[in-house]
Design a protein around this ligand. Structure first.
Ligand SMILES: C[S@@+](CC[C@H](N)C(=O)[O-])C[C@H]1O[C@@H](n2cnc3c(N)ncnc32)[C@H](O)[C@@H]1O
Length: 322
């Protein structure tokens, strides 16, 4: 963890300040349904735990998406075209990105964007070693906010948004996010996106309730962060991970449930919890192809192509801005 970063990697750091974290936690815990935004899962430990989740037997999305990418990479690359600037939102470990980088024709550069700074830099460093000569310009930012992309000598940006991270947005937020991407790629520009599909509930619920408890540790990591960064007094043993599929809204809901009546302090504010009361920590929407097509259409995109695995668990889609 302490090796010096490769000098060629210049990080643009627009990382949200700690006081934003405090304001969001105070506001979220003050609501009738207590909630903490999912983006706060991701410090170095949260990113590590997410990577562990992706390797779990129950967690079908990552291996399925990888399989779709590998099976259809030529068709994807043809649509993305030569000399593009690959811009990835929520890049994490950039593992699926390597499938693209192995095939893209003379990419102008790679811009990974992620909120988890240390993990972003380590991933960029690993990519720089694997792809010498590829300009890599990581941006540590909250991608729900507006920010400038680096100028890459006028290269055409193509956006990559894998992992069904789009599912973490509520539909209105997803629309606003996609509208910003339309502005970035411009008319005729493209976006390659991974979208998890609606399917039998037991398959979905198992993916968020693994037997080893890694997802539970990931969920509780946000409490650990509040304790260490904001002076919180959460006892992690007094909360349990609870994830279920809400069929009405077609989404997984991840909560932390209080195992007793208790009071928790975060900085200068106290928050009472009743037995069984929950903190909502994440949504993960599961789309039908029709619902997703209608969402992207409302944001100014058209679905040009959908690739799926044979069981139709997951989709990778190429969207074109109108
Ligand atoms: C579900 S993980 C997906 C990681 C990777 N793209 C994959 O497919 O395995 C979501 C990623 O988005 C990042 N992230 C979550 N919310 C974010 C935000 N608001 N701004 C920037 N990055 C965010 C996390 O740090 C994490 O790396």
């Amino acid at each position: 963890m302490n090796t010096p970063l490769i000098e060629t990697i210049a990080l643009t750091d627009l990382h949200p300040a700690t006081d934003t974290f405090l304001v969001d936690v105070h506001e979220g815990l003050g609501q009738a349904q207590k909630a903490i935004p999912a983006k706060y899962f991701y410090d170095a430990r949260g990113s590590y735990l997410f990577d562990q989740i992706t390797k779990l037997e129950e967690y079908y999305p990552t291996r399925t998406e990888m399989g779709i990418m590998k099976a259809h990479i030529d068709a994807m690359i043809e649509r993305m075209g030569p000399q593009c600037l690959l811009v990835e939102y929520g890049s994490g470990s950039s593992l699926k990105t390597r499938i693209l980088l192995d095939h893209l024709q003379q990419p102008a550069g790679y811009v990974p964007i992620d909120i988890s700074k240390e993990h972003l830099l380590r991933s960029a460093e690993a990519l720089a070693l694997a792809y010498p000569g590829l300009p890599i310009r990581p941006i540590c930012a909250d991608y729900t906010t507006a920010f400038q992309l680096p100028d890459a000598n006028g290269a055409r940006p193509v956006v990559y948004f894998p992992g069904s991270t789009i599912g973490n947005f509520e539909p209105e937020e997803a629309r606003a996010f996609l509208q910003r991407i339309v502005q970035i790629v411009g008319a005729g520009g493209g976006m390659l996106i991974g979208v998890d599909l609606r399917k039998e509930v037991p398959i979905i619920e198992a993916a968020y309730n693994d037997a080893q408890g890694v997802t539970a540790a990931f969920n509780k990591n946000v409490l650990a962060r509040i304790n260490s960064e904001l002076g919180g007094t959460f006892d992690l043993n007094c909360f349990r991970h609870h994830a279920f599929f809400n069929a009405t809204h077609s989404r997984i809901e991840m909560h932390l449930e209080s195992l007793g009546d208790q009071c928790v302090r975060v900085a200068d504010r106290y928050f009472p919890f009743r037995y069984g009361e929950t903190i909502l920590t994440e949504y993960s929407y599961k789309y039908t192809l029709e619902a997703f097509a209608s969402l992207v259409a409302s944001a100014g995109f058209e679905v040009e192509k959908v690739w799926m695995d044979e069981d139709h668990l997951f989709s990778v889609q190429y969207l074109v801005a109108r």
